[in-house]
Write a protein that binds this ligand. Structure first.
Ligand SMILES: Nc1ncnc2c1ncn2[C@@H]1O[C@H](COP(=O)(O)OP(=O)(O)OP(=O)(O)O)[C@@H](O)[C@H]1O
Ligand SMILES: [Mg+2]
Length: 371
């Protein structure tokens, strides 16, 4: 990879929570030693179960949170160590699209004022130039320029998410992070917003980091994927490679809910994920996944596996991924557990609806009111 736009080294965020009067404080290891390299211009997705630390990591990446330990290098500069004023200036480059388009827009501000606010904060243009830019951005995200005088409550979820995207683009960012940017929207609207993000990425030359629960969205959008488990990255790989042949047992279980198109390969379906995610305040020793891993050995319980090279652009944190991948001495694949079978059916229905919506959608960015 050429010089990455973003790189993290040993990144940690530990939250100390105190329950009044009782007991000692607990330390929640939300992000615990993440090393990541994100290439300029790529779409990088972060996946993992609820509570594994995806949002915390996303916030650390653009210093919406300060890390407990470790560094985040943006264009070679450690943003975790930047003085406040320099960080404020750099914020122009680093923008965030939030999950909930209902709570992330101030209901007392007009759409125009919401989109103009970041430009004002960074001293971009004069009032007339900013108004013209607001109109241009609204048109660019598929909304009518005269919507600038209206308030967020007058719009649907999809339209509000477009307003949020226009606001994020107002400062001319280089890196955009979307934390579940479409999961609050209807499936047909999701496809439109994803198409819009992809178009904007090319047009504005953005690097995108996307967090998504929906693996169909991840597979469709991303160039590379990082799989997260209990505050750690356990595998990174090109999206296509990861979906076709995940190496880490956790990735295999997580992606095991995805239909295998080739009937000959169905018998090799990976073990279903069982049990709950352990608490990030008391992560298991050794490999954090060993308590749920069908392939775990004594070594896994004793020693934390490092993220190791596993081919071009690919890293895996598992003591045994080579053997598991080669199928040596593995237990026979169990039947899918009922909850996984349900997820499987839901996933298939969702991705079929999404494909149908994508086929029916013609890019029409200027008429507005689509969503
Ligand atoms: N401000 C905070 N104080 C204490 N604990 C926190 C705080 N923010 C997050 N956590 C904890 O850190 C862990 C990771 O949370 P995070 O929101 O990053 O997970 P996530 O992967 O984004 O989950 P989801 O998919 O549900 O959004 C969770 O156990 C969460 O309860
Ligand atoms: Mg989250």
């Amino acid at each position: 990879m050429s010089a990455p736009i973003l790189e993290t080294v040993g990144l940690c965020k530990h939250f100390v929570t105190r329950r009044p009067l009782i007991g000692a404080p607990t330390v929640v290891r939300a992000v615990d030693g993440v090393d990541l390299r994100i290439a300029r211009g790529e779409t990088f997705a972060i996946v993992g179960e609820s509570g594994c630390g995806k949002s915390t990591l996303a916030r650390l990446l653009i210093r919406l949170l300060d890390p407990t330990h470790g560094s985040v290098f943006y264009d070679g500069r450690d943003i975790a160590a930047l003085p406040r004023e320099e960080m404020r200036r750099l914020r122009r480059d680093l923008q965030f699209v939030f999950q909930d388009p209902f709570s992330s827009l101030n209901p007392r501000m007009t759409v125009g004022a919401l989109i103009e606010e970041p430009m004002r904060a960074h001293g971009i243009g004069d009032a007339a130039q900013r108004r013209a830019e607001v109109a241009r951005l609204l048109a660019r995200v598929g909304l009518r320029p005269d919507y600038a005088s209206r308030y967020p409550h007058e719009f649907s979820g999809g339209q509000r998410q477009r307003i949020g995207i226009a606001r994020a683009l107002a400062t001319g960012p280089k890196l955009l992070i979307g934390d579940e940017p479409v999961s609050a929207l209807d499936v047909s609207v999701q496809a439109q917003v994803i198409n819009l993000l992809e178009d904007l990425k090319d047009e504005f030359g953005l690097t995108l980091i996307v967090i998504a629960h929906d693996l169909a969205v991840v597979r469709h959008m991303s160039d590379r994927v990082g799989v997260m488990y209990l505050g750690e990255i356990v595998e990174t790989a090109a999206a296509q490679t990861l979906f076709e042949a995940p190496l880490h047992p956790y990735s295999r279980a997580l992606l095991g809910a995805i239909p295998v198109p080739d009937p000959a390969r169905r018998g090799q379906a990976p073990a279903a994920l069982t049990g709950d995610l352990p608490s990030p305040s008391a992560p298991p020793p050794g490999c954090r996944f060993h308590t749920r891993c069908p392939y775990a050995t004594e070594l896994c319980a004793a020693e934390r596996p490092a993220l190791r090279d596993a081919g071009p652009g690919r890293h895996v944190a598992c003591h045994h991924f080579e053997c598991i991948g080669a199928g040596h001495g593995l237990p026979p694949p169990p039947e899918r557990a009922p909850h996984v079978a349900r997820r499987f059916a839901l996933y298939r229905a969702g991705s079929e609806r999404m494909s149908a919506a994508r086929r029916g959608h013609t890019t029409n960015q200027t008429t507005g009111g689509m969503t």
